[in-house]
Design a protein around this ligand. Structure first.
Ligand code: SAH
Ligand code: DHB
Ligand code: MG
Length: 256
């Protein structure tokens, strides 16, 4: 299967490179990620432009991969999400994937602390024709989350947590406040190259996701799991939590 041409689902001819020894696991993860994305995630001018403008503006290339973006879209569709909350917009790449899953009348609120990232995201979201659907709030999430709550923007059907990792433990109570029974919470980067098992890690990002995972484990209002992922973005993972209880002691719903 090497050194041939094959047809992808999009009809593009895909070159399979001649046999080369895979010199590192990362090379193999990236090659397989590329293979899957070529087959299943047809390249899209709007998403490509978002990546290009983000890179040209000097944003760190830490957005989800194409395959992960499509996974987010599929999860939002499976969930039938009409209201989505995202923490950590960066250049809006995952935002565009998620917003595209929304039905007519759907809304996405995305929170970004860095005004430079937010400006790049705003342009990318506008190019995607999603500015009427996406509400981008600039400021540290711990400052904007109370406003979102005060404005009664929730409860959200799906929440994607992807902001600063040391902050993850502090965000969880807010995510629960902004949830309903059945809300799906997805947290990115909870494995950190495997460093998540290093209890004594000096890395505040590792400590943040460790504490977050522990809080999920202790939280009776959610059923959660986490999966390790490899691919073009390295070795990391997602936590997925389904809210099964009423976050505010039933305040949101009259007793049956
Ligand atoms: N979700 C994006 C990637 C987000 S990267 C994607 O996959 O396309 C993490 C982002 O969180 C960065 O843009 C960073 O500026 C932002 N961030 C960091 N601290 C934050 C905070 N306190 N509140 C909100 N956003 C924050
Ligand atoms: C980092 C943040 C992310 O959201 C990500 O997907 C990868 C890395 C980081 O801050 O290192
Ligand atoms: Mg991330």
């Amino acid at each position: 299967m090497h050194g041939e041409k094959t047809a992808s689902r999009t009809g593009r001819s895909v070159d399979i490179p001649a046999t080369q020894p895979m010199s590192s696991p990362q090379e193999q993860w990236s090659a397989v990620d590329r293979y899957l994305a070529d087959l299943l995630v047809p390249s899209d001018p709007v998403l490509e432009a978002a990546l290009e403008s983000s890179a040209a503006s000097g944003l760190p290339e830490i957005q989800v991969s194409a395959n992960q973006g499509k996974l987010l879209e599929l999860l939002a569709r499976i969930q039938g999400a009409r209201k989505i909350l995202e923490l950590g917009t960066l250049g809006g790449y995952s935002t565009i994937w998620l917003a595209r899953a929304l039905p007519a009348g759907g809304q996405l609120v995305t929170l970004e602390a860095d005004p430079k990232h937010a400006a790049v995201a705003r342009a990318n979201i506008a190019r995607a024709g999603l500015e009427a659907i996406v509400d981008l709030r600039v400021g540290p999430a711990l400052e904007t989350l109370p406003l979102i709550e005060a404005e009664c923007r929730g409860p959200f059907d799906l929440i994607f947590l992807d902001a600063d990792k040391p902050g993850y433990p502090d965000y969880l109570p807010w995510l629960l406040k902004l949830s309903r029974r059945g809300t799906l919470i997805i947290a990115d980067n909870v494995v950190r190259d495997g460093a998540v098992i290093e209890a004594d890690s000096a890395d505040p990002k590792v400590q943040g996701v460790r504490r977050f995972n522990q809080l999920l484990a202790n939280e009776p209002r959610v059923r959660a799991t986490a999966i390790q992922t490899v691919g073009s973005k390295g070795y990391d993972g997602f936590a997925i939590a389904l809210v099964i209880g009423e976050p505010r002691d039933g305040q949101r719903r009259p007793p049956a």
